[in-house]
Design a protein around this ligand. Structure first.
Ligand code: BGC
Length: 411
């Protein structure tokens, strides 16, 4: 074992998204989806972690633990609650939040879209409508004009490939379920025009999403200051057992490389990894019963991060931030081991010359985990949802101490 020193300007952070922590994001499409009769959401997001009001003490706490960066998202549905109506108050809210980061020497990485969209966008066809890139760029431009001088790094869209991925991983076709018809009615569109970001699986959606990214890239670069801009991608470590080569290659092409090949001119790419997927001659090989699992029953495989980083670096050639990596677990010791092993992978990548610039653990808090509600616990900080009291877990202190030392023991 010896000490590996991370680059001196390496960013150590945690990540959240607005809808999952702020609470009462009532103008978003997700809020509607969570409240539909027959919804697939286990429970509504409600007050979430009330981060909207508690960010001053939350940001201070992250700094106190030892982090020097924070990735969070700004909410389109708050900034532009009706088409073309921009909320100065909401923009000022995010300005104060960014100022709080700087006050605590926390580098803010801002995501402009993290799964949720304004409900009005859904009425217009959402991520299936060809004018959405233009609408998204207008919001990005407005937000950048107001906030840009305080933003250090910008992610346009979180997990551009999530719908492609989910459509291959979900057991049944969500589009044929009753709740999908109810949702279409709620937004006043036909089922084939229901363009929620997470479930926009039609082939044209990915073209629209990537066009939106490109337009947003330009809009954010237009000023007032020069901010490095990228997108983030859900990148499993895609592996093959004997005979699974061609299925793995096809999957890799569709869910990863189609996107990665389009970001070679970006300032960076955000890699988000939660494990691996293995293909055999007959398709996906599920992890065996005796394999260690996370809280959700997925394989515990921290080494997936290294594979994902190496692949992203090889295809894109641009600098990399690990914008998400983490474990849903009720056992905090398991999380600690996960992060330790994942970070060894990051160190190995750096040793082999890959330009990795930061690591953001998902997530700062136990928060609203989409359709699974509040059950999965990814957080470094536990939240009592009645009192909103925060309890810092040992893994947070461990990671914060490592962040301060900027060193890790590796083999
Ligand atoms: C998303 C997060 C989510 C996390 C854990 C990522 O796909 O960006 O919003 O909570 O994974 O499932």
């Amino acid at each position: 074992m010896n000490d590996f020193a991370f680059p001196s300007n390496f960013l150590w952070g945690t990540a959240t998204s607005a809808h999952q922590v702020e609470g009462n994001n009532i103008n978003s499409d997700n809020w509607i989806l969570e409240h539909l009769p027959g919804t697939i959401y286990a429970e509504p997001s409600g007050d979430a972690c009330d981060h909207y009001h508690r960010y001053p003490s939350d940001v201070a706490l992250l700094a106190e633990i030892g982090f020097n960066a924070y990735r969070f998202s700004i909410e389109w549905a708050r900034i532009e609650p009706e088409e073309g109506e921009f909320s100065y108050a909401s923009l000022e809210h995010y300005r104060r939040m960014l100022a709080a980061c700087h006050e605590h020497r926390i580098t803010p990485m801002v995501t402009f879209h993290h799964f949720t969209s304004p409900r009005w966008l859904l009425r217009l066809g959402g991520w299936l409508d060809k004018r959405t890139p233009e609408r998204f760029a207008r919001y990005c431009e407005r937000a950048t004009q107001h906030l840009g001088d305080l933003i250090s790094l910008a992610c346009t869209i979180n997990e551009v490939n999530i719908a492609s991925l989910l459509s291959r991983l979900l057991p049944s076709d969500v589009h044929n379920q009753v709740w999908w018809k109810t949702a279409a009615l709620a937004f006043g569109v036909s089922t084939d025009r229901l363009g929620t970001f997470l479930f926009a699986t039609e082939p044209r959606a990915r073209e629209i999403i990537m066009a939106a990214h490109r337009r947003a890239f330009e809009a954010i670069h237009a000023g007032p200051v020069n901010i490095p801009v990228g997108l983030t991608i859900a990148l499993q470590d895609i592996q093959q057992a004997e005979g699974g080569e061609s299925i793995a290659a096809g999957y890799r092409r569709e869910v990863a490389d189609w996107y990665l090949e389009q970001v070679r001119e970006d300032d960076f790419v955000g890699v988000q990894n939660y494990g691996r997927i293995i293909f055999g001659p007959h398709g996906r090989i599920q992890p065996g019963e005796n394999v260690e699992k996370n809280q959700m029953g997925d394989e515990f495989y921290p080494e997936g991060l290294e594979g994902a980083i190496r692949h992203a670096a090889q295809v894109t050639g641009v600098p990399i931030y690990v914008t998400e990596n983490g474990l849903a677990s009720t056992h905090d010791e398991q999380r600690l081991v996960y992060v330790q092993r994942a970070l060894r992978g990051v160190a190995h990548c750096l040793e082999s010359g890959i330009d990795v610039r930061g690591y953001f653990y998902w997530s700062a808090f136990d928060n609203f985990e989409w359709s699974n509600g509040y059950l999965p616990q990814f957080g470094l900080i536990a939240v009592d949802r009645t009192t909103q009291q925060r309890t810092v877990k040992p893994s947070a202190y461990w990671l914060g101490t490592l962040a301060r030392a900027n060193k890790l023991q590796i083999e």
